[in-house]
Every structure is written in C-alpha cells, then in structure tokens.
Design a protein around this ligand. Structure first.
Ligand SMILES: Nc1ncnc2c1ncn2[C@@H]1O[C@H](COP(=O)(O)OP(=O)(O)OP(=O)(O)O)[C@@H](O)[C@H]1O
Length: 233
C-alpha cells in the first residue's frame, strides 16, 4: 500500500508561526517519523487522519485521494478508514472494555449495551486477550490493558492503516518493552500498514523500516539507518 504525502500547513498563535512541510512517498508497512517534542509530528498525523486541514498539497493512500487541495477533496476522518491511536488512548471512561471496542465498529455504535455480544467485539477481545476484563471500566485496567483496548477499538473498524501517536509513552519502561513486542507481533500477523510518530529511539529500532526525520516542521526523508539514529546523542 503506497502512501504519498505532499502538504503544507501554517498555524499561528500569539504572534508565532509554525509551518509544517512534509513530502514523502512510502511503500513500507512500518513507517516511523522521529523527532523532538514540538517538531510537528502530531500535526502531520492529524493532517493524515483528517483532523487538521492542510493549506495546500495532496495525500494519497493506496491510489485513493484523501486530501487534494487542487481537486478540492477533503475526506472526513471516518471516510479515510484510518485508525488513530492517541497517546493517552482516549478510552471512554463511562464505557466498559466491551463497549469501548464496540464503539469502534464500522457504522458506529453510539450507545453500545454493557453486554454487547457482537462477533467482531468478541474476536478482538479474544485476539488481544481482554476476555477476562471485558466488563471492567478503563480506570480498572492496567496500562498495558488500556493500550490493548485502544488497539482493539481501533482495529474493530477494519482500518486500512494504523496511525500511532507515541504509543508507549504512557507506559512504564518494563511494560513498554513488552507492549512493543506485542504490537510488533500483531502488526506482522495482521499485515496492517502502520505509521508511528515518536521521540523514542527504541520505537525507531523496533518499527522503523522506513524512517523519516521531523525537524522544526520539516520532514526529511534521509533514509538514515536505524543504527545511525541509535548512535546519535
Ligand atoms: N493550534 C496551534 N496554533 C499554533 N501553533 C501550534 C498549534 N498547535 C501546535 N502548534 C505548534 O506547532 C508545533 C508542532 O506541534 P506538534 O504537536 O505537532 O509537535 P510534536 O512533534 O507532535 O510534539 P510532541 O512530541 O511534544 O507531541 C509546536 O511548536 C506547537 O507549539
């Protein structure tokens, strides 16, 4: 699945401007965008997801135009069929695990019953080993379980690709390693393309098949090796 991105967006606040410029093409199933805090990574992810409209440019995924300034195309987030995994997972606190996953189903289940027994929900509960906590609320889960619920909710919508914003930042270091290994395995098994933004070199090492560098709003496709980043100070 080829992703083609060529976009520009300027944001202004309190007399300060920030311009995002990104231009790259990738056939990789595992793209990592690496950069410091404030470099513009979240802006790029939001633009891909349809949560931020660029000023100009074009975004194409698998031959389908998601955004095209010249063509006046700007698909709504749900039309893009991309799953967005937020840094803090953004689970619904008043819904149990089963209901949170049901919320992700295509067509949107706005008010899923507490004992929702949809086949897809059952599948992801089983696949992500959440059966035992299906009736629990998000604040009754461990960090790793919360992340699995967020992934299950994202995958229940059968997305074309996964967008991940610092997926391990909210976890303690020991759990981080374990969840990286879990995501690694899951991605390989499902064969779903993913794009991950991070400032953590360990994420680069684990997922950076195609590594891009974000610096002060500019995306640099250095094709720099993962080893190169790992040896940076
Ligand atoms: N609504 C806005 N108006 C003006 N500037 C903004 C706005 N939102 C973000 N910015 C600026 O854009 C820049 C990039 O922000 P962004 O959140 O994309 O960075 P990031 O690389 O994802 O950082 P982090 O890793 O800390 O999340 C920052 O300098 C930020 O201050």
């Amino acid at each position: 699945m080829t992703l083609k991105v060529d976009l520009r967006k300027t944001l202004a606040a309190a007399g300060r401007h920030f311009t995002l410029e990104a231009n790259f093409t990738s056939d990789s199933q595992r793209i990592v965008i690496y950069g410091e805090s404030g470099a513009g990574k979240s802006m790029l992810l939001k633009a891909l997801a349809g949560l931020l409209t660029p000023d100009q440019g074009r975004i194409e995924l698998a031959g389908r135009c998601l955004y095209g300034h010249a063509e006046r195309i700007n698909l709504a987030p749900q039309q893009r069929q991309l799953a967005y995994l937020f840094q803090d997972y953004a689970l619904f606190p008043h819904l149990n695990v089963r209901q949170n996953i049901a919320f992700g189903l295509q067509g949107g289940w706005r008010n899923p019953p507490r004992d929702v027994a949809h086949e897809t929900v059952r599948h992801w509960l089983d696949r992500l080993e959440l059966d035992g906590v299906a009736g629990q609320m998000p604040d009754q889960l461990s960090g790793g379980q919360r992340q699995r619920v967020a992934l299950a909710r994202a995958l229940a919508a059968a997305p074309r690709a996964l967008l991940l914003d610092e997926p391990f930042a909210a976890l303690d270091p020991a759990l981080r390693q374990r969840m990286r290994a879990e995501l690694d395995k899951l991605q390989r098994q499902l064969g779903i393309p993913m794009l991950l933004i991070t400032h953590d070199k360990d994420d680069v090492a684990a997922f950076g098949d195609h590594l891009l560098r974000m610096q002060q709003g500019r995306l640099i496709d250095t094709r720099k090796t993962v080893q190169g980043v790992m040896h940076e100070r």
